[in-house]
Design a protein around this ligand. Sequence first.
Ligand code: E4P
Length: 217
Amino acid sequence: MKFFIDTANLEQIREAQLLGVLDGVTTNPSLMAKEGITGEKNINKHYVDICNIVDGDVSAEVISVDFDGMIKEGNALAALHPQIVVKIPMIEDGIKALKYFSDKGIKTNCTLVFSSGQALLAAKAGATYVSPFIGRLDDNSTDGLDLIEDIRLVYDNYAFHTEILAASVRHTMHIVNCAKIGADVMTGPLSAIKGLLNHPLTDIGLAKFLSDHKKGN
Ligand code: E4P
């Protein structure tokens, strides 16, 4: 299972990279705005800065919602750095854009996916990644993990190559349950990734080992 960090914060990306378990980064326009990154030039520079920190794929989202605009923006984003994955919204022109980039050999991430039908379309169009937003489904009284399970079934039935990227992950149990179901990738905040470290018996056990070692010396 790949671990992506879902942020545009360079410090957090560096911290996750130093942990040694980071496989990539996802961003979206809201995450860029949160870091105060505005204007095409600054946004593009920020994507390159992120690529220079991590080794893996970095999703950069288009703002256009029409085919021509998405193609123009996506080509420009892909030209920024070989690690860039063009993030395309799940809309009709988005499907056409996914197919265009797939035919060109440019990696894509289909975002804002909330149903297995949408995920099926994204896979048919050749998306590299599909991003079901599990946290936002949970926020709406719908079990996001059920969607991951359904997409896994659909993709396995036909051996689609599109990777299931569980997005909108909020906490450690989302990560663990996505791993059980067989999501290929999860993207979440640093707090959720580092939360996997936690167990009180580890802390108690380590404190005892260290105090016993001291006694023996
Ligand atoms: C990542 O690709 C998504 O944009 C992100 O996970 C959405 O997360 P949120 O629902 O916490 O905003």
